[in-house]
Design a binder for this molecule. Sequence first.
Ligand code: NAI
Length: 571
Amino acid sequence: MRWVESGDVRLALFEQGDPAAPTVLLVHGYPDTHRVWDEVASLLEDRFHVVRYDVRGAGLSGAPRATEGYDYDHLAADMTAVLDTVGKPGVHLVGHDWGSIQGWRLIGRPGIEERILSFTSVGGPHLDQAAHFVRHGRPREVAGQLLRSWYIGAFQIPVIPELVLRAVLPRVMRRSVRAAGRPGHPADTLVRDGLNGLGLYRANMLTRRGTPAEPVSRTPVQLIETTRDPFVSSALLASTRLWVPKLWHRRIPAGHWAQRSHPRVLARMIAEFAEHVEGAPPSRELRGDRPGRRGPYDDRLVVVTGAGSGIGRATARAFAAHGAEVICADIDLGAAGRTVRGIVAGGGTAHAQQVDVADATGMEEFARTVRDRYGVPDIVVNNAGIAVAGPFLAHSVDDWRRTLDVNLWGVIHGCRLFAAQMAERGQGGHIVNVASLAAFLPSRLLPAYSTSKAAVKMLSDCLRAELAGQGIGVTAICPGFVSTAIARNATYVGELAEGTGKPAGRALAARGYPPERVAAHILRAVHRDLPVVAVNAEGKIGYALSRISPAAVRRLARLAGGEISRLANKH
Ligand code: NAI
């Protein structure tokens, strides 16, 4: 630790890592100290020269006597003094909470702007942007943000906040970070820091208001949105792009103190961005979050199983058409290759992989290959499936085994392996499991198939509940009849054994519901994080009926058999 003089205040400065390496300057918020960054700093120190300081009024640093001592001019003087002491021509600035709020102001300030190579903002918006949002945002969204920011108004009242903070702050802070509490955070100086830091709110909240017509700065900015932040709403941050021309907007499914709850994710994002600004090629994620990106799936990594035909192929194409990089997996490598060639010919990015989803070891190897070669997928569509049709008494053990192995175990393997990767990465994701109308509509001719699909639907509901806390969505897609090759490829047993494939295939084709429409539902379900999506008329009616009248559904299950047999005999 060393001291830095800034006017009448002495600041405590902390450095680690190789001073010759690029410098990352981490600025803490209210009511924290430099120690809120402990984990992130130690994750960065092998590649960066990491600099932190206690902001005036906090931790070991001195405090100004008057409230004016906390205004932007004094904060700018502090940062200038720190930059002078560090002696680098440029640093990568990272600000959290008030560290981010002051960062936004200082990256546009002559004398400092030129010395900031990049700015990463976490949990603290530009206050001009916030004021503009309050005046021009949608009333409901503005009301939501104001509710989150009630304390800012309260902090303007004299004396009372001091009394309240003295009484409750230690308890509130300790409770909010208790889960990950450790020595140093919250700091022993918490009450003093909290009382002093009121000056930040009082000296800076009522300053000049700009408009988005004036870009705040030309500095490259990485906005890391913590999607569960109780203080900063997504609606408020959505307009950040209007304020800085070079913005990368990324998200972590975390609360306000992401540096405590998700240090590895945050450190990785800080490092990736700084290295990119220093000249390294962008990671796939950074490409996806670049300024001017086209849509929500730009450069997202998507895995689709059974991508060689039907719904899987249409889904792979749809994601690729929206900018995603798609891994097309299928037991039939030639078919997966054809899907990939189609995507590449259309200007998209895709790769073919052979895998039998029923094979546990094969799926483990597949998941490893995906992670090592392309990264952790953002979206996984467990779509591969087969059908065995005929009466229960005609199903052999092998018919059951293969159906459950592919349709259920294939989904279990896909969920298990890729959800684990997503959870470890800590940036959320989405899993889509393709079930079927058969998940809730029994049929005497599809006992194994329907059982497997009902299990997939239930598995999806269970998994959704478990992964919600980690920002990973799970959707069960339940289509009715879709015009694909599934009926032609199906195995027919018992009374359906003889030559049923062709007519059943023709009947499915005649239904005239293309797999592309299912794909569109899948993209929408991911975008909106929907739990269950019944697709097409029979899918929706079947789903509704199964809830309104299970008895009617059971009667339908008997009729369906006769219908299919008649169809088979007719042709
Ligand atoms: P499809 O037969 O056209 O395509 C299935 C693809 O999965 C094929 O490319 C096949 O090679 C691949 N596949 C089969 N077993 C595999 C395995 N063990 N490992 C990896 N890949 C494998 O069928 P469709 O219709 O596109 O089916 C996709 C999913 O949609 C299935 O889960 C199916 O049950 C479901 N579904 C289909 C409906 C329909 O009417 N077509 C209705 C409701 C659900």
